[in-house]
Design a protein around this ligand. Sequence first.
Ligand code: HPA
Length: 234
Amino acid sequence: MKAIIGGTGIDKDKRFLDGMERLVTKYGDSYYSVIDGIVFMPRHRPGHSLPPHMINYKANVQTLVDLGVDEVISIYAVGSITRRLAPGRFGLVRDFIDLAYSRENTFYDGSTREVRHTPFVEPFDRKLGACFAGNAVHAGYSLAMDSVYITTNGPRLETPAEIMAYRNMGADVVGMTLGTEAALLKEAGIRNAAVAFSINWAAGLDAEGISFLEDETVDKLTEAIIAIAVKTLS
Ligand code: HPA
C-alpha cells in the first residue's frame, strides 16, 4: 500500500475529507481516506485543526504501518531561506536538520526495551524521489532538487536572526513538521520521498515583512504536486 501525507491541500479538500476514516493505534488515533488504492493522510487532521507541535506523529505513522503502507510521498509547505527553492516552486528535500523539541519523535523511547540508533545518512528514498522528479518534469514543471529542510518547533514563525543562522547552518527551506515525521517514517521502515513547496520568503528576506502566497496559488500548487505524487505511486 502507498500513501500521501500532506497538510493544506489534503486536509481541506472535499475529495479527501468525504471518505475519511479514523483508526485507533497503540499511540492514539489518526485520520485517512483511501482513493484508488492510495492512502491520503491529513497530517494536521481533517480541517487542519492541530498546530505542528501538537500533531500526534507517532499515531499518524503507526496508522500507516497498521494499514500496511510501505511507501510514502510526504508533502510540506515551507518558507524559502535560499534561492534554491523560491516561493511558488516545489522540489525534493535531500536532507534535514531537526530543531524541534518536546515531541514524541521516536518509537525507541525505552518502552520497547530495545535500543536502536537508526542510520540517517540517506534520510529519503532516492529511487522514489527520482520517480517523482521524472513525473514532474514530464508534466512540464521545473523541479528544485536537493533542498535541506530545517524543522523549527513553532508554532511561531522565526526571527530574522534565526533565519540568518539557519542559512549559515546550510538550510534552504524552513518548516515545522518534516524532521519529526521523517524520523518516525524511517524508524518504521517506510520508504519516503519528501516534497517541499514554498509559500513565502522566510523572516527578514522579504522587504515587505513576511507575506504568503494567495490561497488560490497554494491550492493550484498542491493540486499539481498531489497529481504527480498519485502518478508516482500508482
Ligand atoms: N517558517 C516556518 N514554517 C513555515 C514557513 C516559515 O516561514 N512557511 C511555511 N511554513
